[in-house]
Ligand binder design. Structure first.
Ligand SMILES: Cc1cc2nc3c(=O)[nH]c(=O)nc-3n(C[C@H](O)[C@H](O)[C@H](O)COP(=O)(O)OP(=O)(O)OC[C@H]3O[C@@H](n4cnc5c(N)ncnc54)[C@H](O)[C@@H]3O)c2cc1C
Length: 165
């Protein structure tokens, strides 16, 4: 596994479900490895600090990750989890609060910090929810809930407006 963010210490632990031989190449972007070393060691994950230069292959078969300092780490497969970069700045223009991973902070019902503005999918999460839970099922489920709440709010506002003297 190429460690490109602190989340990849966790990903490397998960990969031990798939392979008895997992190596994490911790790049400088992985951050401090020391808080994770106890669990990684127990999980049998080898941690190598370095920067990847290229993936070596024999035909279409991956054989190793070569590091910029000349070391070569044998590998039958390389797992990469690119860090997420949210490209839309609509939420910032509207003044919505973001969390430390840049996700828009929402309530259980998808309400952002700005009244009348809702968010769902990859770009939004509750502060109590784990970061990086990007799945189609979650995005669809959140979208359904937020759509229903939003429709209810708009309908309620319309009724209130019509009923106003
Ligand atoms: C390589 C990869 C593999 C994945 N594999 C899986 C998988 O196997 N199973 C799984 O469950 N999930 C998988 N995911 C995650 C899944 O794709 C996402 O969780 C899901 O697509 C999130 O849906 P979304 O609607 O929140 O965001 P997106 O699908 O990213 O949709 C957001 C849309 O908004 C558009 N947009 C952005 N800015 C603007 C703007 N200013 N104006 C108008 N439109 C805008 C974008 O172009 C995009 O079409 C994978 C993700 C990646 C990147």
């Amino acid at each position: 596994m190429l460690g490109l963010s602190p989340l990849d210490y966790f990903h490397a632990e998960l990969l031990t479900q798939w392979s008895p031989s997992v190596t994490l190449i911790a790049t400088p972007n992985s951050g401090d490895s020391s808080p994770h070393m106890d669990l990684l060691t127990k999980a049998g994950v080898e941690v190598i600090h370095g920067e990847p230069a290229r993936i070596a292959a024999d035909g279409s078969t991956c054989t190793a990750v070569e590091l910029v300092d000349g070391r070569s780490v044998p590998a039958e497969a390389v797992v990469v989890h690119p860090p997420i970069d949210y490209t839309s700045d609509i939420a910032d223009d509207l003044g919505c609060v973001r969390l430390d991973d840049d996700a828009i902070e929402v309530s259980e019902l998808g309400q952002t910090s700005v009244a009348g503005v809702y968010a769902c999918g990859d770009i939004a999460r509750r502060s109590s929810a784990p970061s990086g839970m990007h799945f189609i099922a979650r995005a669809v489920s959140d979208g359904l809930n937020v759509g229903a709440v939003l429709n209810q709010e708009l309908t309620f506002n319309d009724i209130q407006a019509k009923a106003a003297p």
